[in-house]
Design a protein around this ligand. Structure first.
Ligand code: HEC
Ligand code: HEC
Length: 142
């Protein structure tokens, strides 16, 4: 009986280990996200957590209907498809910075009803509100 239990438990642990090995299989995203220090943040807070940055970036993907590589370029020294998130070589990334600042300004200047001491953090207007799943809202939403 006891041995059967032990076998069951060790079998269970083995399955968990295998599952873990699969889920933690470093996708590009996971690997970079685990770095605790960002290399090239110019408009987002430099202390932003991995989780918050990840959520934000996934939000951009959804808002614009794109993948990470729409703004981030491939790492010439990395494996195929591996992105260099700190690189500024895509103009879309630089434009996105401009958009982040614009969105912040729209909110701070027009939607600060409560006289917030931190108007930069208001998010009444968001990327999604204009983009609605497309990178070019002016073309698709006329
Ligand atoms: C619409 C454009 C856009 C998309 C799509 C996008 N990003 Fe970003 N990402 C940016 C911008 C802009 C910055 C730099 C922000 C700054 O300068 O403060 C950035 C910064 C980063 C950084 C920090 C790099 C560093 O160390 O400086 C990581 C990591 C990152 N993005 C990951 C991702 C991942 C993963 C995805 C897909 C899930 C993604 N991004 C999708 C625009 C984008
Ligand atoms: C007030 C509306 C509005 C908001 C808010 C907004 N955008 Fe935009 N964005 C536009 C328009 C309009 C364009 C011009 C592209 C077009 O439609 O031709 C654009 C273009 C872009 C482009 C360049 C696309 C290309 O390849 O030409 C990126 C990248 C982008 N936006 C990212 C963002 C991100 C990230 C946010 C949120 C932080 C955001 N935008 C918020 C309206 C908006």
């Amino acid at each position: 009986m006891k041995i059967k239990h032990l076998l069951l438990i060790s079998g269970f642990i083995a399955i968990l280990t295998i599952l873990y090995a699969f889920t933690s299989k470093a996708t590009i995203t996971d690997k970079v996200m685990n770095e605790s220090e960002w290399k090239n943040l110019k408009v987002l807070p430099s202390t932003i957590s991995n989780d918050s940055l990840k959520t934000l970036m996934k939000g951009y993907n959804k808002a614009l209907g794109v993948k990470c590589n729409y703004c981030h370029s491939e790492d010439p020294n990395g494996k195929k498809g591996e992105l260099d998130f700190a690189s500024d070589s895509k103009k879309e990334k630089e434009f996105a910075r401009h958009m982040i600042l614009m969105t912040r300004k729209i909110n701070a200047e027009n939607f600060n009803w409560q006289n917030s001491p931190d108007p930069e953090k208001i998010d009444v207007v968001s990327c999604t509100m204009c983009h609605r799943g497309t990178a070019k809202p002016s073309e698709s939403l006329r």
